[in-house]
Design a protein around this ligand. Sequence first.
Ligand code: DG2
Length: 249
Amino acid sequence: PTVGTLVLLRHGESDWNAKNLFTGWVDVDLTAKGENEARRGGELLREHGLLPDVVHTSVMRRAIRTAELALNAADRHWIAVRRSWRLNERHYGALQGKNKKQTLEEYGEEQFMLWRRSYDTPPPPIADDDEWSQVGDPRYALLPTELMPRTECLKDVVERMLPYWYDSIVPDILAGRTVLVAAHGNSLRALVKHLDQISDEAIAKLNIPTGIPLRYDLDPLLRPQTLGGTYLDPEAAKAAAAAVANQGR
Ligand code: DG2
């Protein structure tokens, strides 16, 4: 039996996705293409009759705007919304603001992929006075200083995301709501790893495409009815995930 439905949506293409820069916690906007992807995501929701009752987002503009554009296209702009830093993208440390292609050339394939996709190797920490540091950003003013990341690996993201999952998202699912989570490539990889119980090794191969809703029907123990979930546009998802995997090349 299905107790509730979860829909995961990675934001549409951002300015820094387009420029091939490591983004992490830098608060960049969507490109015009990204806005269209977000609207298309909302149209897919509407076409499939998959209408969210509540939306959870990160505190970053690209996810917030994607949720708004998608819900507007699905005529669900009025639903309840909650936001948390715990759904933020993985903090990319000292790589924030760096070009992915140049980083690959400078450090080589192995180090580059270790930083991008290994489960437990974080990039070097960002300096507090770096132009791409988030220290001093008012949206994190109430975050206890020891929780403010200077870099994160995917394991760190799983650990800081799960409290929000259990405390805020799960109660919505158990109440029978259709829940939309609009977030990021790596914060969604962290959630999918947890849902599908993917191993630390296998998660390296998983890439989440931008703007294509991924549906999970969950049983009462919050296990997916279909492992890996179901993309509302599977063909487009496949091509887009391959493009993410090849970034930097
Ligand atoms: C990308 C993911 O995050 O990059 O931080 O650069 O989903 O917010 O655009 P998003 C970033 P990769 O880990 O795929 O390189």
